[in-house]
Design a protein around this ligand. Structure first.
Ligand code: G3H
Ligand code: 13P
Ligand code: ZN
Length: 307
């Protein structure tokens, strides 16, 4: 089917009380693994392309591949710009058929974030494209002991209410204790679930959890067995993701877990078959393990069976 908007996918998720995964791609193998998982799990899915992905692969290549993947699949797929920071990249994404864009001005003061986000909403809504914005900063907060310092980073529920009213965004990324990458926590992983609940009550729009990878222990073990150096890697445990969904998270961003899965499988293939030089024989298993991880996430998020 043709690409759908992210708003359409997230409205169903919000009313159904589940979350939909947004999975990052930079090449064909990740895209195919993700879409095969969505079809097999009967799940809607969001394909996320960052500005870095656009630079690496070219926006035309990525958008054309995603369009073909969506047309061949019989589940709803949205194409989303992840962490759009530059006006020209947002326009480029829209011109290339993205059905959703994120404007990430979360490093700016509140008023500037509002002004920048409003401008993007005006443009995107004029052509039927969904907008996600971010309020709060995604940083490791477990080391911060002072309450006021922690408060300055995490999303303030009252500010979120004001932000949503002023900008009219379709989805809001919130900072509740996660961070990007493979090293999220030094101590015990802890998300501020109560904060999600309060923001949800005050805003009533789909909320987004970035930096949500679990750094799956079996995958980490496999990658390390074949030589990866990832000491100290730690992610968000599955039970906290389930709590976050119950509290009102409707979109969950996953990149690191797919990178680790692909890495582990490719490393295993290269180590076990040193005589092989056919790329299909090591990229294929990478694609297969990406698919397995995505299927696992879809069941955890509750989106499996919803398409
Ligand atoms: O949050 C960022 C995503 O993991 C994409 O990362 O900017 O390296 O493509 P990237
Ligand atoms: P992870 O690094 O936890 O996978 O987060 C990805 C993300 O938030 C992309 O926007
Ligand atoms: Zn992110």
């Amino acid at each position: 089917m043709p690409l759908v908007t992210m708003a359409e996918i997230l409205e169903s998720a919000k009313s159904g009380g589940y979350a939909v995964g947004a999975f990052n791609i930079n090449n064909m193998e990740f895209l195919q693994g993700i879409v095969e998982a969505a079809v097999e799990e009967r799940s809607p899915v969001i394909i996320a392309v960052s500005e870095g992905a656009m630079k690496y692969a070219g926006v035309e290549y990525l958008s054309a591949m995603v369009r073909v993947a969506a047309e061949k699949a019989d589940v709803p797929i949205a194409l989303h710009l992840d962490h759009g920071k530059h006006w020209d990249k947002i326009v480029l994404a829209i011109r290339n058929g993205f059905t959703s864009v994120m404007i990430d001005a979360s490093d700016k003061p509140f008023d500037q974030n509002v002004a920048i986000t409003k401008k993007v909403v005006e443009l995107a809504h004029a052509v039927g494209v969904t907008v996600e914005a971010e309020l709060g900063r995604l940083a490791g907060v477990e080391d911060i002991v002072k309450v006021e310092e922690r408060e300055a980073i995490l999303t303030d529920p009252q500010e979120a209410k004001k932000f949503v009213e002023l900008t009219e965004v379709d989805a809001l990324a919130v900072a509740v204790g996660t961070s990007h990458g493979a090293y999220k926590f030094k101590g015990e992983p802890k998300l501020d679930i109560e904060r999600i609940r309060k923001i949800r009550e005050l805003t009533d729009i789909p909320l987004v959890l970035h930096g949500a990878s679990g750094v799956i222990p079996e995958i980490l073990e496999l990658a390390e067995k074949y030589g990866a150096k990832l000491a100290g890697a730690k992610g968000v445990p599955d039970d906290q993701i389930a709590e976050a969904v119950k509290a009102g998270i409707c979109k969950i961003n996953i990149d690191t877990d797919l990178r680790l899965a692909f890495l582990a499988a490719v490393r295993r293939e290269l180590a076990e078959k040193p005589e092989n030089f056919d790329p299909r024989k090591y990229l294929g298993p990478g694609r297969e393990l990406v698919k397995e991880v995505v299927k696992r996430k879809m069941r955890l998020f509750g989106s499996a069976g919803k398409a």
